[in-house]
Design a protein around this ligand. Structure first.
Ligand code: ZN
Length: 168
């Protein structure tokens, strides 16, 4: 994964952002293979793109952009744990969109529900990647359910369809 700085960024933030990009690389790179392998255990139908870009942005927000083939993460994360957690989180969204959008729509999820679903599924980062991805309070119940379904099936499609049956 490469960590360039988003070019539309204010001049005084550029320096800090560039510094952070080096930090990100330093924190992420040693565990990269481990995280790719772990994410593919969850998102087993996905493929990690050979050239993956993680932009650093100066907003408080992080996002995935499947259409543009990149993720974009806020430069505010300063510790190795937080950097790994957020990069894996956005990368997971990317892989979800790539390989499970069609399936989820077929199961019956609406486009809006897909946004919730992708947030619910990051709860699996704890058992598989050892990352403490807290998620949103509003999804707490479904996240517990997702964990149960995962420990039973170890299959993401079963988790997705199981959650839908229980009306996420
Ligand atoms: Zn998210």
């Amino acid at each position: 994964m490469i960590f360039p700085v988003k070019f539309r960024i204010t001049e005084h933030k550029k320096k800090e952002c560039k510094f952070q990009a080096i930090e990100f690389k330093k924190y992420w790179q040693p565990s990269e293979k481990y995280f790719y392998k772990g994410l593919l255990k969850i998102y087993s139908k996905a493929k990690i793109p050979s050239r993956l870009i993680c932009y650093l942005n100066s907003s408080p927000y992080s996002m995935d952009d499947f259409e543009k083939g990149c993720i974009s993460v806020s430069y505010k994360f300063k510790t190795p744990d937080k950097v790994k957690r957020v990069v894996a989180h956005e990368l997971a969204h990317f892989l979800f969109r790539q390989a499970y959008t069609k399936y989820s729509l077929k199961v019956g999820y609406s486009e809006t529900q897909l946004e919730d679903l992708k947030e619910i599924l990051t709860v699996l980062h704890k058992p598989v990647l050892g990352l403490d991805d807290k998620g949103y309070k509003v999804h707490a119940k479904q996240r517990t359910q997702a964990l149960k379904l995962w420990s039973k099936y170890h299959n993401l499609e079963k988790v997705i369809s199981g959650l839908f049956k229980n009306k996420i």
